[in-house]
Write a protein that binds this ligand. Structure first.
Ligand code: GNR
Ligand code: NI
Length: 174
C-alpha cells in the first residue's frame, strides 16, 4: 500500500470525465488499497480515483465514525438509476478543495447500480450522508466539484483563493 498525493483545484485533471473500469485485476486492487490508505490519512470520508490523477470510474467511501470499526466500501462504475424529488442539504467539503466548506443541496435518496471490489453487480438504495457522499464522489467521475453546485459568486471566491494559495505555495517551495 502507498499514500498518493491528492490533486487540488484548480487542476485540469479534476475536470476530466473518467472512463469505466473494464478489468478487475491486480492493478485495480492496488489502486483501491492506495485510495483507502490515502483517504484514511487525509482524513476523508470518500475519495474518487481522479483525485489521485487516475481517470477511472472508481470510488471508495467509509462513513464510520472514529468510535466505530472501519466500514470500507468500494463502488466501481456507479450509475444513478433513480433520484428522489426531495432534496437534502449538507455542508460539504472536498479533499481537492481543502479548507473550504459550503452547503450543497442534492437529492435526498438515490438508487445506485455499481460493481463491488469482486466485480459483482449490485444495486442499493441510499439516503442520508451516504446518498450525499456517493453523489459528491460520482460528480468527481464526471469532472464536477461541489463548488460547481454553488452560485457563481461563491464558486469564484473559493477558486480564486485556491489559485492564490497554490501560487504562494509554489513560490516558497519550488
Ligand atoms: O471528506 C469528505 N467529506 C465530505 C463531507 C461532506 C460531503 C462530501 C464529503 S466527501 C469528502 C472527501 C472528498 O473530497 N471526496 O471526494
Ligand atoms: Ni471531493
Amino acid at each position: 500500500m502507498a499514500l498518493r498525493p491528492i490533486i487540488t483545484a484548480p487542476d485540469p485533471r479534476l475536470k476530466l470525465k473518467s472512463a469505466a473500469v473494464d478489468r478487475f485485476d491486480g492493478e485495480i486492487e492496488r489502486l483501491i488499497d492506495d485510495m483507502f490508505e490515502t483517504m484514511y490519512a487525509a482524513p476523508g470520508i470518500g475519495l474518487a480515483a481522479i483525485q489521485l490523477g487516475i481517470p477511472k470510474r472508481l470510488l471508495v467511501v467509509d462513513l464510520a465514525r472514529q468510535d466505530e470499526p472501519p466500514a470500507p466500501r468500494v463502488f466501481i462504475n456507479p450509475e444513478r438509476l433513480w433520484v428522489s424529488d426531495t432534496l437534502a442539504t449538507y455542508e460539504e467539503g472536498c479533499l481537492s478543495v481543502p479548507d473550504h466548506y459550503a452547503d450543497v443541496q442534492r437529492p435526498a435518496q438515490v438508487v445506485v447500480r455499481y460493481r463491488d471490489r469482486a466485480g459483482s453487480a449490485c444495486e442499493e438504495t441510499m439516503d442520508g450522508m451516504l446518498a450525499t457522499c456517493l453523489q459528491h464522489e460520482m460528480d468527481h467521475l464526471d469532472g464536477v466539484l461541489f463548488v460547481d453546485h454553488l452560485s457563481l459568486a461563491k464558486r469564484s471566491l473559493i477558486l480564486r483563493k485556491m489559485a492564490k494559495a497554490k501560487k504562494l505555495a509554489g513560490a516558497s517551495s519550488a
